[in-house]
Design a protein around this ligand. Sequence first.
Ligand code: PHB
Length: 373
Amino acid sequence: MLHRDGIDSLVLERQSRAHVLERIRAGVLEAGTVDLLRAIGLGERMDREGHPHDGSAIAWEGKPRFFIDTKKYTGKRMMAYGQTEITKDLYAARDAVGGPIIDEVSNVALHALTSSKPYVTYEKEGQSRRIDCDYVAGCDGYHGVSRASIPSDVLRTFERSYPFGWLGIMSETPPYPDLCYCYHSRGFALASMRNPMLSRYYIQCDLDARIEDWPDDRFWEELKARCPKDMADSIVVGPSIEKSIAPLRSVVAEPMRYGCLLLAGDAAHIVPPTGAKGLNLAVSDVFYLTRALTETLKSSRTHHLDRYSETALRRVWNAERMSWWLTMLIHQFPDEPPFERRLRENQFDYLHVSEHVQASLAEQYVGLPFEGY
Ligand code: PHB
């Protein structure tokens, strides 16, 4: 996006390209993410290979399954298309214009961030190097150096963890036709997809669960036990090609700007996977960030740059609230007081009967608009 606006940039990556392209990540794109990818010329393969969808189902134990029709309430469609595929498309676009990506770098350090002459140092193949720049986009994830470069008396972190994780598998089998969230006394389960021959399933697991204890047979059996019978009967099982466990947590670090450093994506915030907001938030951050840098570097106005943090954070907190709400609604909480359990059941019943609540969820699920786009 910066290249399209005539701004030079250079990407520093800790891993190899092969490693980046091998990791299985998210895969549900909000309508705004889809529109943005198309607008910047990255929509072609997504439109060919992605799988559009118009809503999600919720299967609550002991109640009829129902569908939240996001298309009906918002007029917009979503898309199943893997983050790994987007990364592939981004590499291809970057290569096509000869944009530099320096991979396998180490010891990245950010310097003079509050001056007008910031610079970045790093090591590559044992040699130290330095890059002088105007701005640093900190897109290096939650464990990266960017957020850690903001002094602790400036940064505030808001955090919540949940007492369970998700065990996920990918299998080369035809997916269950709908994205379906299952609430069950054995624990939450989710059926999702990447393409017509690639299924993604998750089950809620204990925080101390270990992959070794979850051979494929046990996973499929547990998944099916948490779905309604007709759904379980139609799930096509097969060998997993990937299996991983992730704890669930919500984190926001504020502000997202410190001098010449602008944080984006997981460098500034984490959402639990419920609701599939993580990748989409990174995309909206990058939209705001590009707008801010382009305006400042092309016209010397700083309107968007001055508001980057507050604008991005408004959308971040909306997604934090939505993914927290869905996480709280749909999981089993160990030792939950009976009163709270009843509230959860009532929350679901209210969602089930009220078109207003469904419309509200649909609006957030499909993604709130980017401000000023
Ligand atoms: C996924 O396909 O990885 C996925 C889908 C929906 C969610 C979370 C994850 O809410």
